[in-house]
Design a protein around this ligand. Sequence first.
Ligand SMILES: C[S@@+](CC[C@H](N)C(=O)[O-])C[C@H]1O[C@@H](n2cnc3c(N)ncnc32)[C@H](O)[C@@H]1O
Length: 276
Amino acid sequence: MSPSLDKTPRRIREMFDIISPRYDFLNHLLSFNTDVLWRRRAAELCAAAGFKPRRMLDICAGTGDLGLQLQRRWGCDVVVTDFAGRMLDIGATKARRKRIRSAQFLRADALKLPFREAAFDACAVAFGLRNVADPETAVREMARVVRPGGRVVVLEFTLPLRPWVRNGYLFYFNRILPLLGEMLAPSRRGAYRYLPLSVASWTPPQRLLEIMRSSGLTRVSFQPLSLGVAGIHVGTRPESSELMARSPGPNPPFLASSPKLPAPSSQPNRQNDAAP
Ligand SMILES: C[S@@+](CC[C@H](N)C(=O)[O-])C[C@H]1O[C@@H](n2cnc3c(N)ncnc32)[C@H](O)[C@@H]1O
């Protein structure tokens, strides 16, 4: 592995802590502010339109832009987690400045989320999964902490399929972006070499959808954004009724009747809706 693509947790955490003071500024500049629209769209897909969620989770949240977007869109409590404390500090300051009190910022590892099963109405991640040492475990954790019927949403960079867009995108990512990064943040040049490498070697959408399925999520779908330079992957934790429908064949003869399952509900299970 190239040293620039080293994803050991310590290296990733230190890299984001170091770039944290300029992260938001460079993010918006280098993406021509499109990242704001992408996160808005991802937040929109975290629940069905008329639904009233109580609590949502943003993991690998960095400076919390997706979490704050979730709060704005759904008016619910949000928990914003990352393992880079300085990124979170900047997010918490932003939330205070915007007088958002219903956002809680917590240091947490995406590979071992410190929350009970089914604690959230949705769990989302923006541009974070690509940086995690073990993305499959992170997706399983996301699926675990979401209630039955709740959504898991992953916003990530993708490689465009059309050759002319792909070539232009790779030229910008490999040549222009690291140069701009070095000019604007000379002491953080490693991060802007890491970015194109991490995108080029990232899991394609179809494979990520498979990972979501094998983590127990259903109704998985992918929505490309901006000619395919990014995309949103959505999955739903199945309700008990869906699990019943998917269960194999009739009961074995030694079982007199079907085992009792809780009645299906489209609302979150408030009793299980424990504090994170
Ligand atoms: C590119 S930033 C994305 C930040 C934010 N979600 C956004 O939309 O701008 C990736 C973040 O993932 C975090 N991260 C990577 N691996 C992690 C892990 N195992 N646990 C928690 N955070 C992690 C990094 O600390 C970093 O803040």
